[in-house]
Ligand binder design. Structure first.
Ligand code: UD1
Ligand code: F6R
Length: 365
């Protein structure tokens, strides 16, 4: 089943041009988006007071990646909930809310308990899942199957990118009645169409990421700074590194750097800064300057051709990735980090597909 690959995680990372194609298959039609599972509910969703995203782990991170474009394309306020924390707080959920549950397996206990809670409180409950017939798929009022194909590696990879693309299509469908954003929607739809090709291109960084991994093999910790569309990329990259490579890693909001994390910076701690082109680019350039002036050991992810724009001194290691529509860039940017986590794990001699203490589907609370 692994074919020519050594591990399922590796196979699933490299499968992403195909899994993303199947996520979009039959859903981008005549310049618009058709999600069969949502079309009867779009009117209700457009009238809701807010969208609440609920999930755990990687699925939560996918929702966080979707938050900026859902807000932009729908104009509806979006709040984020880690499922267990919503339950711990018994946080407010209202009839006027649209609660969107994101889960690869559709069987995560925390997420399903949060679903019961939201159903009791009368919210419209929408599922985003990879598993047809799962409890999540059956109990939600409506939803979208991401159709990424079975994911076997415990570390979620292809489901993450397909979840983001499914939520991009959801945002486009909800916002499709707005004339003012028509041009923006068209640009994103054309970006979706060419996304699998850009994913194939970024996968060519495999050897480079293996080389980077070999330089990080003995590090105790790895920080990842992102912001805007790529805050989620920082969290998800760090989650991959900690869960499979068993290395301490934290994803951080770059805008928070001066409020504490800067104290950690020295010449030994490796720091990945995500600085691909979008509205936050110049802010990330100044973050890089500040880190360099404290002798930070930087690895900068930037858009193709931007190496000297992000690191004029030439003292950073640079990862250049293909540029896509800004809101879809998280789909591209996570892939080098997935490859890095994979190679770090192999080089450190840990089990890639069955990380210590973890299970694919967390069915207990
Ligand atoms: C559906 C078919 C697909 C077929 C296509 C043709 C299924 C599972 N899908 O896809 O095989 O090619 O029509 O038009 O038979 N749902 C939830 N919660 C969730 C996920 C989905 O309630 O978490 C519901 C949806 O609202 C919908 C149904 O499940 O009623 C199927 O969803 P989805 O597979 O996304 O719909 P289509 O893309 O239309
Ligand atoms: C990380 C990972 C976990 C899951 C989390 C939610 O690679 O796999 O963080 O994302 O347990 O699982 P699902 O999406 O099945 O609800």
């Amino acid at each position: 089943k692994k074919g020519s690959y050594d591990h399922f995680m590796q196979k699933e990372i490299h499968e992403q041009p195909h899994s993303l194609t199947t996520t979009m298959r039959g859903r981008l039609k005549d310049g618009g988006v058709l999600l069969g599972g949502l079309k009867e509910h779009l009117k209700t969703i457009r009238r809701c007071r807010r969208v609440v995203f609920i999930g755990c782990g990687t699925s939560y991170n996918a929702a966080l990646a979707a938050r900026p474009f859902v807000e932009e394309l729908t104009g509806i306020p979006v709040t984020m909930e880690v499922a267990s924390d919503l339950l711990d707080r018994q946080g407010p959920i209202y009839r006027e809310d649209t609660a969107v549950f994101v889960s690869q397996s559709g069987e995560t206990a925390d997420t399903l308990h949060a679903l019961d809670y939201a159903l009791e409180n009368g919210a419209l409950c929408v599922g985003i899942t990879n598993t047809v017939g799962s409890t999540l798929s059956r109990k939600t009022h409506c939803g979208v199957h991401i159709n990424a194909g079975c994911e076997i590696g415990v570390a979620s990879t292809k489901a993450y990118t397909s979840q983001i693309v499914a939520m991009a299509m959801m945002a486009l469908a909800i916002g499709s009645d707005q004339i003012s954003t028509q041009a923006r929607r068209n640009a994103i739809i054309s970006g979706l169409t060419s996304l699998p090709n850009s994913v194939s291109e970024v996968l060519k960084l495999d050897a480079e990421m293996k080389e980077l991994a070999s330089s990080l093999i003995d590090s105790e910790s790895l920080l990842v700074f992102g912001r805007g569309y790529n805050y989620a990329t920082a969290l998800e990259g760090a989650l991959k590194v900690k869960e499979v490579a068993l290395m301490h890693s934290e994803g951080m909001l770059a805008g928070e750097m001066k409020h504490g994390p800067l104290a950690l910076v020295d010449e030994n701690l490796p720091i990945i800064v995500i600085a691909t082109r979008d509205a936050c680019f110049s802010k990330q350039q100044s973050v890089i300057q500040q880190l360099l002036s404290r002798k930070g050991r930087l690895i900068v992810m930037c858009s193709k051709g931007d190496a000297s724009a992000v690191c004029p001194t030439g003292s950073c290691r640079v990862i250049e990735v293909p540029g896509v529509a800004d809101c879809l860039q998280p789909v591209i940017n996570i892939i080098p980090l997935q490859l890095l986590a994979y190679h770090l794990t192999v080089l450190r001699g840990f089990d890639v597909d069955q990380p210590r203490n973890l299970a694919k589907s967390v069915t207990t609370q």
